[in-house]
Design a protein around this ligand. Structure first.
Ligand SMILES: Cc1ncc(COP(=O)(O)O)c(C=O)c1O
Length: 343
């Protein structure tokens, strides 16, 4: 096998650019548990302003920001409403039960994009037999929905349902900037609508580590206490925060290049007889299913032999994720390789 030329397994494999590394090495740092790291403070302030929210908290991962938010909004025995494909439910190690002792009501939607009516149907009446519905959690873009983006109107309708029932509204915005670009939406729209928002710096934005939880000053004050309990209080974290700030200031607009790469490759895949089904490609993720005559495991091996890594998701579904470490030449090589596979 050749060495890996193109890694499409996830945008989490993206690495810091030389300019980002420079920003990290130049960072002024202090003890962030004492609120004394100027680079962490600068990142938190920048992100809060970007979203028009009162405060932000720098955390180690998107799992941590989501889990802190869930803990903030729930009580043991209460219930979180989210999609059956949600990262908070599927891929956070059972954290909702482990950290918050909360139960979950799942919505089985198309591509993770549920409706306000579906949320309404999930809300339990106030009756001692039922768990108290305590949080609605939405993901944008939907990772397991192939990078699907929400329509703004539906988000507003869900917000209205939450408001009527006094239920907090959390956004897992691990790839929110991809959605903002694809849908021409703004961070401030989201800041006005959600009680808490998690954004990731270490996916398409290319920082090595880190996520931010955004919310009211009171929520973020409580969040800091929960982060400490989870072992997430970091000391001279400014080296990492500087990478995150660099990412927010310099590497957001370029996400559109990843979307163009994904659209270009999707078009080529659609012409192949061995592609049975593909989710609409809206951002930097392609998820498709291979036909029985080319099982996904065989496709992975064929690509791996050319130095191209992809993710297998079971049931012959594969995922390709585009990010900043893939050059135009890499994308041409990928396109030619896909074209050459005939089955
Ligand atoms: C939609 C979504 N939310 C949250 C996360 C968690 O992020 P982390 O890997 O930083 O814990 C991921 C990770 O891929 C994700 O795709």
């Amino acid at each position: 096998m050749d060495k890996i030329k193109i890694d499409l397994r996830s945008d989490t494999v993206s690495k810091p650019t030389p300019a980002m590394k420079h920003a990290m090495m130049e960072a002024e740092v202090g003890d962030d548990v004492f609120n004394e790291d100027p680079s962490v403070n600068a990142l938190q302030e920048y992100a809060a302003n970007l979203f028009g929210m009162e405060a932000a908290l720098f955390c180690s991962s998107g799992t941590q920001t989501n889990q802190i938010a869930i803990k903030l909004h729930t009580q043991p025995g209460s219930e979180v409403i989210c999609d059956a494909r949600a990262h908070v439910y599927l891929y956070e190690g059972g954290g909702i039960a482990f950290n918050s002792s909360a139960s979950v009501k799942l919505i089985a939607s198309e591509r993770g994009l549920f409706t306000a009516n579906e949320v309404k149907e999930c809300i339990n009446e106030d009756n001692i037999h039922f768990p108290k519905s305590s949080l609605v959690c939405l993901e944008n873009t939907v990772n397991k929905g192939g990078g699907a983006c929400w329509e703004w109107e539906e988000i507003l309708k869900i917000k209205e349902v939450c408001k009527q029932q006094a239920i907090p509204f959390h956004l897992d915005g691990a790839r929110l900037f991809n959605a903002l670009i694809a849908k021409n939406q703004t961070a401030k729209q989201y800041g006005e609508t959600f009680d808490t928002i998690s954004i990731c710096l270490s996916k398409g934005l290319g920082a090595p580590v880190g996520s931010l939880l955004l919310g009211s000053a009171q929520h973020i004050y409580q969040a800091k206490r929960i982060r400490k309990v989870l072992g997430g209080g970091m000391r001279q974290a400014g080296f990492l925060a500087a990478a995150g700030l660099y990412a927010l200031q310099h590497q957001v607009d370029r996400l559109k290049i990843d979307h163009q790469h994904a659209a270009y490759i999707a078009k080529i895949l659609q012409g192949k007889s061995w592609v049975k089904f593909m989710y609409p490609v809206e951002t930097n993720i392609i998820i498709f299913q291979t036909s029985a005559h080319l099982p996904s495991s065989e496709l992975s091996t064929l690509l791996q032999d050319k130095g191209i890594k992809i993710s297998n998701m079971g049931n012959n579904l594969v995922r390709l994720v585009f990010h900043l470490n893939q050059s135009a030449d890499d994308i041409d090589f990928l396109a030619n390789t896909i074209q050459s596979i005939d089955k």
